[in-house]
Write a protein that binds this ligand. Structure first.
Ligand code: GDP
Length: 314
């Protein structure tokens, strides 16, 4: 039986990934952070700990000897990374690299391959000069989140050269009804639904012009599993190839909630704008299509619709 180890089990992707692996009959272990919300998935064996306590995590990994390691734990909000740049560097950077080293030590100890998947991010490209970006685009992050993710991303290649099956999946924004409202998509869908039901009056937003390539989270989790099991490890952009502005997302969400005249309900709050903010992140997933047989299955309007519907039901 395949044994997997997941960090970041309390997050959107951790939950979808655990469900997916359990359905396949994989034995799933996960690191549960003390302050994390309880995982949604029964059947996962939880090990309490903190990714930044690298010695403890290494001992745990050597003891469990997993076949697949998925590193999803992160300070996941770019906005928060500006407030806590050093914690972001530790969790998203140093601890991720320590986990790669632990996976290599497991591999050396047991003499058989360990497959490591790093959840990287389009934020490593910062303000890219080319659109869409692919695996060859210059890495030039513009915020603490992207800089820390870039360190871990580059380290995956270092560990590949040491014969670890280390994948870096460069994930573009991916959403679902499980996305926390700290992200703009869920903030918009939950507030639009609340306004439609008379439970809220207005929505405050920052930069409405930023463009993001929004995909469906379970599709991105599928890409992680495919990458873990690919013949060759590598870097893979995971994206839909189509971007939309925050304004377009808001328009689609309000329309789906039955509100056409939405712009009068939105306040512009400069405090929600970031010191620097990529204007357009759009990915070209041609390599993932070719080498992993991966393709997104849910488009923009459908993602918005599913999220609004879920919020209208609560
Ligand atoms: P990110 O791309 O990982 O930072 O995901 P977010 O969902 O947090 O932000 C996506 C884009 O929405 C960024 O360009 C933000 O500047 C923009 N944005 C505009 N208003 C808001 C807001 O109220 N909250 C958040 N989180 N982002 C906003």
């Amino acid at each position: 039986m395949t044994r997997a180890f997941i960090t970041g089990i309390g997050g959107q992707d951790g939950g979808y990934l655990a469900e997916r692996l359990l359905a396949e009959g994989v034995e799933v272990h996960a690191l549960a952070h003390d302050q994390e919300p309880p995982p949604r998935v029964p059947g996962v064996e939880l090990h309490s700990g903190d990714l930044t306590r690298t010695d403890e995590v290494r001992a745990l990994l050597l003891d469990l000897s997993p076949d697949e390691v998925y590193n999803l734990a992160a300070i996941s909000s770019v906005a928060r990374s500006w407030d806590q740049p050093d914690l972001t560097a530790q969790v998203n950077g140093t601890a991720a690299v320590a986990l790669m080293e632990s996976a290599l030590q497991v591999q050396d100890k047991r003499g058989s391959q360990v497959r490591f998947v790093q959840a990287s991010s389009a934020e490593i490209f910062g303000q890219p000069e080319v659109t869409p970006q692919d695996e060859t685009t210059a890495i030039r992050p513009v915020n603490p989140y992207g800089a820390a993710k870039a360190y871990a991303h580059l380290s995956a290649d270092v560990y590949r050269r040491r014969d670890l099956h280390a994948v870096s999946a460069i994930l573009y924004n991916h959403e679902s009804p499980r996305r926390p409202a700290t992200f703009v998509t869920r903030k918009i869908t939950s507030t639009a639904a609340a306004i439609a039901r008379g439970r809220a009056e207005r929505l405050s937003l920052g930069n409405l012009d930023a463009r993001r390539d929004w995909g469906w989270a379970p599709d991105y989790v599928d890409a992680l599993v495919r990458a873990a099991r690919a013949d060759q490890p590598g870097d893979f952009v995971i994206a839909t190839g189509v971007s939309h502005s925050v304004r377009e997302f808001a328009a689609a969400a309000f329309r789906h909630a039955g509100i056409d005249d939405w712009e009068v309900l939105v306040d512009s709050d400069p405090a929600l704008e970031r010191p620097t903010d990529p204007t357009d992140l759009t990915g070209d997933a041609a390599r993932a299509r070719r080498q992993l047989g991966w393709a997104p299955t849910v488009g923009f309007e459908e993602i918005v619709g599913r999220m609004v519907d879920a919020d209208l039901e609560t």
